[in-house]
Design a protein around this ligand. Structure first.
Ligand SMILES: Cc1cc2nc3c(=O)[nH]c(=O)nc-3n(C[C@H](O)[C@H](O)[C@H](O)COP(=O)(O)OP(=O)(O)OC[C@H]3O[C@@H](n4cnc5c(N)ncnc54)[C@H](O)[C@@H]3O)c2cc1C
Ligand code: FES
Length: 292
């Protein structure tokens, strides 16, 4: 599967809101009719959304899944500040002004057939999108570990997919992924039924330790979540000598590469650091370029 950025496909779109579901923990699932975005989005892509006419500064939100056939795109976001709270007020039938899809997405290597997808909180969407795409290619056998410290924005259920390498009692999954045939397990420091009590990286370590040498050589890690989680995932990947791609969050203004408001230092060669724009050069980077 090839990696391509979206520099030729960032279009403005007046997307009709099809549904807007409030979930626990001030999380929202938003589905919009946006055929261009649906046709061009890849896991890791985001849309830059004008949350309300009164807010000219757009907010970046990752794409969680798409239907190219029906032309819709789905997002999961948490209301954390003024912008996302205004977005939460938007109703089905209204038009949402958005730009997208934007960003350099995750790239999947067919020689690494065991992708480990790790999503924390509202970092789950790109991992769900990755599962949607990877399940279509028999070469890949993805496994997802999703963590949340607020109730999950779906109703977990015992998985129908056996994963014997999981600790006893860790049976809760994301139903959508289970229905797609992609095994998933859930973690939280809170005592949620069937979930692993701890961090996503603890469960990931358990899974990696259960693999033999040959299986380990097939693993590549993909992660999205809060910065400390990405640092911990990267450390785990370095420890097991695994390739790892991470999706970063950064404050964004233009969102299309023009203002340099989102630059981060990235390792370019052995020791050389360069500044890269998270919006178009990222949001996905090799973990070794960021945590060096
Ligand atoms: C590539 C990318 C993908 C993202 N995907 C998701 C997602 O799928 N779900 C989700 O819930 N959140 C996601 N975020 C974070 C989301 O963009 C912020 O939570 C949101 O912009 C906060 O806006 P606010 O006005 O509600 O909050 P406030 O904190 O009040 O925002 C104040 C200002 O800071 C800026 N700002 C604050 N936090 C961020 C941030 N993390 N990134 C960029 N600008 C910020 C806002 O643009 C605004 O101008 C993503 C961020 C990036 C960069
Ligand atoms: S937000 Fe303007 S260059 Fe990235």
């Amino acid at each position: 599967m090839t990696n391509r950025s979206h520099r030729g496909t960032i279009y403005p779109e007046q997307a009709e809101i099809l549904s807007h579901q409030a979930c626990a923990g001030e999380q929202y699932i938003l589905r919009v009719q946006a055929p261009n975005c649906a046709a061009n989005a890849l896991p890791g892509s985001f849309a830059h959304i004008q949350v309300a006419a009164s807010q000219p500064l757009r907010r970046p939100i990752s794409i969680m899944r798409t239907s190219t056939q029906e032309g819709w795109v789905e997002f999961l976001y948490k209301a954390v500040g003024a912008g996302t709270r205004l977005l939460a007020l938007r109703k089905p039938g209204e038009a949402l002004d958005m730009l997208g899809p934007i960003g350099t997405p995750f790239s999947f290597n067919r020689k690494r057939s065991l992708p480990l997808l790790i999503g924390g909180g509202v970092g789950m969407p790109p991992m769900i999108f990755a599962a949607q795409i990877l399940r279509l290619d028999d070469q890949f056998k993805p496994f997802a570990i999703l963590g949340s410290e607020v109730p999950f924005p779906f109703i977990p259920r015992p998985s129908r997919i056996l994963t014997p390498e999981m600790p006893a009692g860790v049976i809760a999954c994301m139903p959508l992924l289970d229905d797609w045939g992609v095994p998933s397990r859930l973690t939280s420091k809170r005592d949620f039924a069937g979930c692993y009590q701890g961090l996503v990286t603890d469960l990931a370590r358990h899974w990696l330790n259960s693999l033999d040498r040959e299986q380990l050589s097939q693993v590549e890690i993909f992660a999205c979540g809060p910065h400390p989680m990405l640092a911990a995932v990267s450390t785990l990947a370095f420890e097991f000598d695994l390739p790892c791609q991470i999706s970063l969050e950064e404050f964004m203004a233009c969102g299309v590469g023009g203002c340099a408001g989102c630059v981060v230092p990235v390792l370019a060669g052995e020791a050389e650091q360069v500044m890269k724009r998270v919006c178009v050069d990222g949001p996905v980077f090799d973990a070794r370029q960021i945590f060096f």
